[in-house]
Ligand binder design. Structure first.
Ligand code: ZN
Length: 131
């Protein structure tokens, strides 16, 4: 059974380091911070590259593709949901939700694609759905 998400989402905190991400998200763009010095993407957003300590971090639009690294289905709540770590095609892994799916068919390694979800009075947040 595919579950449609209906629960209301608390808006994320917008910080100086994440503002550009959420501004792009409002336009439906999924961005990741990439270091111009070493070429590696990272997550969560930081002003300093966690791999080489460079401050030449830029926002680049990501493919939106990833795979489920690990997941857990929260069933003992009114509206069950799947929390997951998704490894992006660009390399970093992010904590997120997998939505619009049958939780019983989720699997580690399964390909997923980004989909934005509206929050209450805040910017949309990236979640993922199986492809
Ligand atoms: Zn770097």
């Amino acid at each position: 059974m595919t579950r449609e998400m209906t629960r209301k989402l608390t808006p994320p905190m917008e910080t100086a380091e994440s503002k550009a991400f959420f501004d792009a998200a409002r336009d439906g763009k999924f961005m990741v911070p990439v270091c111009a010095a070493c070429g590696k993407a990272h997550w969560y957003p930081r002003a300093i590259c966690p791999f080489c300590a460079s401050d030449r971090v830029e926002w680049r639009e990501a493919s939106g593709n990833g795979t489920i690294y690990t997941f857990s289905v929260m069933r003992r709540v009114k509206e069950p949901y799947a929390i997951a770590h998704v490894t992006l095609a660009e390399g970093p892994t992010m904590l997120t939700n997998v939505v619009d799916c049958d939780f019983d068919t989720l699997a580690i390694g399964a390909p997923v694609r980004v989909t934005f979800r509206e929050t209450e009075n805040g910017p949309p947040v990236p979640m993922f759905k199986p492809v």
